[in-house]
Design a protein around this ligand. Structure first.
Ligand SMILES: NC(=O)c1ccc[n+]([C@@H]2O[C@H](COP(=O)([O-])OP(=O)(O)OC[C@H]3O[C@@H](n4cnc5c(N)ncnc54)[C@H](OP(=O)(O)O)[C@@H]3O)[C@@H](O)[C@H]2O)c1
Length: 301
């Protein structure tokens, strides 16, 4: 990018990836437009020097306004696990983003997607990201980088209460299947570097597999060891048990069904990288490093 102080719009700036991307861009001296919906949650980014913009990312007029004039944009579909029709929510936000990109004339777009987004159906939540990839690919004149990580380390924060109260971790993924898991900050590092450089043309895909593949049993073992619960076990639930627990926790039946379809795809080996692990798709942060941060959060609750 020729502009030494580029202006970069970051969606989901109070979320896992967007927050870390915004911080990295600010540290690099970029002008950051940080998007969220809650001004209180955006305040720290404002203090750090970002222009913060609260609005609804399903509103194409809001998005076009905050995209216009930016040198590059980071997009994602927010995870609204309470949406009555989760897939319709993904499509609504995806359409709004695409419409706003067309209206704004932004040239470089880094979009968060997922491993498995090459497949159109049978992968639950990820199929909505496939649809978004296809929508973005149809926009004339943009240079699009699709980032395809899979399970974020940060997902284990969802199990904090379960670990504290029941002393187990539970999900429907088979205990010993190893899947690529990644720190959100490793995604942020790749995204921020691409947004700053804006040095690719056309449509590019980057799979991000984290430092190594991990099984849920190994995750429980590492976390248990770090938080003083060495016997912490991972328990595989039936789909009915998992669905019941998710709905009881306030998530929508629609999201629960898509989540279960996704974990079924993991168990059946239908979500994976296009090629083997290599230096380009492997990132640095070990789960053991993340476990230190998790332990601090765990100790504070
Ligand atoms: N978790 C995984 O393992 C994984 C793996 C691959 C891909 N993905 C994909 O990653 C995406 C989520 O990214 P993330 O984890 O970085 O984000 P996140 O932590 O889920 O945060 C979502 C962000 O979007 C904001 N937001 C939500 N609804 C909004 C609305 N209506 N208007 C404006 N802002 C809104 C949230 O603001 P608030 O702070 O106000 O909530 C937050 O900043 C999803 O598309 C998911 O499918 C996730």
């Amino acid at each position: 990018m020729s502009n030494p102080t580029p202006t970069i719009t970051v969606m989901g700036a109070t979320g896992h990836t967007g927050g870390k991307i915004a911080a990295r861009l600010l540290a690099a001296g970029a002008n950051v437009r940080a998007l969220g919906r809650n001004p209180d949650k955006l305040a720290a980014l404002e203090r750090a020097g970002a222009e913060v913009l609260a609005g609804d990312t399903c509103d194409p007029a809001f998005l076009a306004r905050v995209f216009r004039g930016a040198d590059a944009v980071y997009t994602l579909l927010a995870t609204d696990r309470r949406a009555a029709d989760y897939r319709a929510r993904q499509d609504q936000e995806g359409e709004a983003i695409a419409e706003a990109l067309r209206a704004s004339g932004v040239r470089h777009v880094v979009a968060l997607s997922s491993l498995g987004a090459d497949v159109a159906e049978g992968t639950g939540v990820i199929a909505g990201l496939h649809a978004q990839e296809e929508r973005l690919k149809r926009i004339a004149g943009i240079h699009l980088l699709l980032l395809r990580p899979v399970s974020f380390f940060e997902n284990v924060y969802d199990a904090l209460g379960q670990i504290k109260e029941a002393g187990v971790m539970a999900d429907t993924v088979e205990p010993d299947i190893a899947v690529p898991m990644i720190a959100a900050d490793d995604i942020a590092q790749v995204a921020a570097q691409a947004l700053l450089a804006s040095d690719w043309t056309g449509v590019a895909v980057r799979e991000l597999l984290g430092q190594r593949d991990l099984s849920h049993s190994e995750v429980a073992r590492i976390l248990g060891g770090r938080i003083g619960k060495p016997g912490l076990a991972y328990v595989q639930l039936s789909e009915d048990e998992m669905s019941g627990a998710m709905i009881e926790a306030g998530l929508s039946p629609s999201f629960a069904a898509l989540y279960l379809e996704m974990t079924r795809a993991f168990n059946e080996g239908r979500v994976g990288p296009s090629a083997g692990r290599n230096a380009a798709n492997t990132t640095a942060t070990r789960f053991e490093d993340f476990a230190e941060e998790f332990a601090r959060v765990y100790a504070a609750i």
